[in-house]
Design a protein around this ligand. Sequence first.
Ligand code: SF4
Length: 265
Amino acid sequence: MDREELRRRLEFYRDLGMGGLYVASGTGHGEAAVAPPEAVKRAPKPEAAAKPGAIPESQPAPAVLPMALPPLEPAGDTLPAILTDIGECTRCRLHQGRHKLVFGSGNEAAKLVFVGEGPGADEDEQGLPFVGRAGQLLTQMIDNTARKEGIPISRPDVYICNVVKCRPPENRTPLPDEMEICGQFLARQLAAIRPKAICALGSTAAKALLNTKDGVTKLRGKWHKWREIPLMVTYHPSYLLRPYNQEAKKEAWEDLKKVLHYVYD
Ligand code: SF4
């Protein structure tokens, strides 16, 4: 692991709220020690290599490297534990305009998780995801499709959350660094629930989960994977609310039928 990778990983774990790391000394197989929390905060920046006493770039990486970094998803992780770790989060700039943090809602043991982009005004007000007009459409889509297809579920049976937990100003698209920081909590949520399938609503969710630049039109209707979990991309309900998107509405219903049959048949 080079110095830049080490720095990125330390910052990554710091943003998860982890204060200490096990590090190996000498060969990397010796005794482990718990580094103080400051070790994370003081992760060296690449330019530090030029300072006196720092190891020149030309030399191999130092022997003191993380031996057992905390897992991305701590063992036995749960949604309440993740919510506790988020706390009164100020890890990215989106906290500045937030009224309520929107963590997620629904069945914590759901077989199906929907992931949207971020809270809007209604969600920010109530602290719940998908409660505005787009949320009402999503509820109708889930409930009506399930009923028509003879699948005995409704919205409370699934889990719904977003890539970012705080409302972006003027409902703008979350920026890449905001998605990366808050996406760590999304990853923990998905890993804690371990649903049978995930449905990404819109291109922001698709980008966050599939690390792709492709748009929804290209991605939708096909199965992808987030880690080992099948993932379907479809349109965000707010896009479907626009009157000229009738064709997209039909396609979204088809996508949802596919997902519901896969998960609940
Ligand atoms: S969007 Fe996420 S990372 Fe940013 S402040 Fe809100 S909870 Fe924290």
